[in-house]
Design a protein around this ligand. Structure first.
Ligand code: 9MR
Ligand code: 9MR
Length: 610
């Protein structure tokens, strides 16, 4: 009985904020806005003339008013859209937006809006750790605790027949590759993709440390290493770095690899190479496990898949970056990283054309037929760490040097090298300048796309690829780099537009992040956070981003059923079976973390210009 009033209050509170009927037409960031950035809402409405809007505070007083700007028909969403620019609403409070007869959910204007999201987005990496128990005291809630998965992972090489009927020889060694992060909803641990995710965490550390800011200082997080005297962000990054180091092949070992480019016709021809210093592409299951499967219940063979040049260069790049980041904090670890980076780079130069085949069942391919950008990235990291002329020369000789920057993804990593060149002290001014110009030009291009896009996001292409949310967040990262380089507020506003989209300003009125917003992600494609399939299992912890709409590769049954029926931004469903739309992944959460963390705090201050 005593509880009743409390429950009532709780119900009223949730009813007013969370369970309000979805306002079909008004789309805005479900967290709200920072006081000092752009504040935009998108309204889907057939009207071809501007609509009146008002903003009211909690007491019902009108604090701002204006007229929408008609944007018109938008192919990406299938909506006819209007823009509401709330520009001058800076006073911290809670508000509602009214447009015509529609009223939005309450939204906040306040400083510090993104710090909890950044912390949760980082904590995702703890939750996805392999080789260690996820303990109740660190998990945030005991439901997310689980026994260690793949606790002692000493893996042999794949031998036998792949999906295409090709026979692979295997190798005569095993590697202890315990640890690292599971990639996604599956239990694979991939060097290609681990690389970009790890780089993004290490870069976030470098970015903040340069500004004298340590938002994830030791003890701010809740991980087993909290209290060890080392920054929690670095502790998390080291968990993956150690795994990547373990994937490096010992000197003197030989491997049998296919000759030539992936996808060449006919059965591959093999040759045996000196593989010392190269990295295996991945360690993963022989066959796909079913959903749900807890990591500890995985009974598949765990196998090392053949070394590739791309994996080797992912190791070289991240280990070189590691050497820089840890130089004064842990000189021994730094030296280990640098030695591994040099060995990997040399091995890749010796074997520049060993490609992944995408032909194994049980894990993703991450096959990439062009590793010129990986070479450039690794050279850039080694140059920024050592200042050595050979690496500088390799950077200058690369076709990617000062080439137009495209937002990075696991197979396009040139931008990662360019960011490092643009922002690291050891790089000469004459090498940094073109890198900076290229990044700023790319950011300007994204803003130009934003002006053309209906929902005002820095992405105007009508193709929504697998992991489109991360494409948009990685563009936001480039915008964030441009903001740091120039101090110009428009780039920060562009980042806000991108995260606004991810947090609800989209035609589905969906926050794609678990635990954040009124309509958060709840049923990702995940083998442990599989509550949708087994009530005894948890849903996702907070701070995990869905891959998002996919209009180009309708691989799973849910997506296949939507094919041809959805506008690109609507090709999505919150369903565990939808692995092409609704998986989560380390390379997708990493830019969420980077961007959320860039938006808050003193390091994020901009100079308002013009
Ligand atoms: O569950 C797998 C997911 O983690 C991968 O991202 C995806 C794409 O490679 O594949 C999923 O597995 C499916 C497999 O490819 C085909 N058979 C059904 C599997 C669904 O669990
Ligand atoms: O992110 C990857 C995407 O670019 C590819 O198109 C897709 C199909 O090959 O695979 C995605 O990566 C998946 C990986 O292969 C296995 N783990 C889950 C990843 C996210 O779905």
């Amino acid at each position: 009985m005593i509880l009743r009033p409390l429950i009532l209050i709780a119900l009223v509170a949730t009813a007013s904020i969370d369970a309000a009927p979805p306002p079909a037409a008004i789309h805005l960031n479900q967290l709200g806005f920072l006081p000092d950035t752009a504040k935009r809402a998108i309204v889907a409405d057939p009207s071809t003339t501007p609509l009146r809007w008002t903003v009211r505070d909690t007491r019902g007083a009108t604090v701002a008013a204006g007229e929408t700007k008609v944007i018109g028909d938008d192919a990406a969403s299938g909506d006819h859209v209007h823009l509401v620019d709330l520009g001058r609403l800076a006073a911290p409070s809670t508000y509602r937006l009214r447009v015509g007869r529609q009223t939005s959910r309450p939204f906040a204007v306040r400083a510090g809006l993104y710090a909890p999201l950044a912390a949760a987005a980082l904590h995702y990496f703890y939750h996805t750790r392999a080789g260690i128990a996820i303990e109740p005291r660190y998990a945030g809630d005991p439901r997310w605790a689980r026994p260690a998965g793949h606790a002692k992972e000493i893996a042999p090489c794949f031998s036998g027949t792949d999906e295409r009927g090709t026979h692979w020889q295997g190798c005569d060694y095993r590697l202890d590759v315990t640890g690292g992060w599971y990639d996604a909803g599956d239990h694979g641990k991939y060097v290609v993709n681990g690389g970009i995710a790890l780089w993004t965490l290490q870069n976030l550390y470098e970015r903040e440390a340069r500004a004298g800011r340590f938002p994830f200082a030791d003890g701010r997080g809740t991980i087993p290493e909290s209290g060890n005297g080392t920054d929690d962000l670095l502790d998390e990054a080291r968990w993956e770095m150690r795994f990547l180091l373990a994937m490096q092949i010992p000197d003197g070992a030989r491997a049998t690899v296919p000759v030539g480019a992936p996808g060449s016709a006919g059965a591959p021809v093999f040759r045996t190479i000196d593989a010392g210093g190269m990295a295996h592409q991945k360690v993963a299951d022989r066959h796909w496990t079913a959903l749900p499967t807890r990591p500890v219940d995985d009974r598949e063979d765990r196998l090392l898949y053949p070394p590739t040049t791309a994996a080797t260069l992912n190791l070289a790049a991240t280990a070189a970056q590691c050497a820089r980041v840890w130089r004064t904090i842990d000189p021994r670890f730094s030296a280990t990283c640098l030695a591994a980076a040099r060995r990997a780079y040399a091995a890749a130069q010796r074997e520049p054309q060993v490609y992944a085949t995408n032909s194994f069942t049980g894990s993703g391919g991450y096959g990439d037929g062009d590793v010129s950008d990986e070479f450039y990235w690794a050279a850039a990291e080694l140059y920024a760490t050592t200042g050595e002329p050979t690496f500088a020369a390799a950077v200058r000789g690369s076709p990617w040097h000062a080439a137009p920057v495209q937002a990075p993804d696991w197979g396009h990593v040139g931008a990662l090298g360019t960011i490092t060149l643009a922002t690291t002290a050891a790089v000469s001014a004459s090498d940094a300048a073109p890198a900076r110009r290229a990044l700023i030009a790319a950011a300007d291009g994204f803003l130009a796309e934003e002006a053309r896009s209906g929902y005002r996001i820095p992405y105007a292409t009508l193709d929504y690829p697998w992991g489109s949310n991360a494409v948009i967040l990685n563009r936001a990262m480039i915008l964030g780099v441009a903001q740091r380089l120039t101090g110009a507020a428009r780039y920060r506003d562009g980042m806000v537009d991108a995260i606004d989209y991810v947090l609800g300003r989209n035609p589905l009125d969906q926050s794609y992040v678990s635990g954040f917003g009124a309509r958060p992600l709840t049923h990702p494609h995940h083998r442990f956070w599989a509550h949708q399939l087994d009530a005894a299992l948890p849903g996702p912890p907070p701070g995990v981003v869905s891959g998002g709409p996919n209009s180009t590769a309708m691989a799973d049954p849910i997506a296949a059923a939507m094919q041809g029926t959805c506008a690109p931004q609507r090709c999505w469903a919150d369903d565990i079976r939808a692995y092409a739309l609704n998986e989560v992944a380390i390379n997708w959460n990493a830019p969420l973390l980077w961007v959320a963390s860039a938006l808050d705090g003193p390091g994020a201050r901009t100079q308002r210009r013009r």
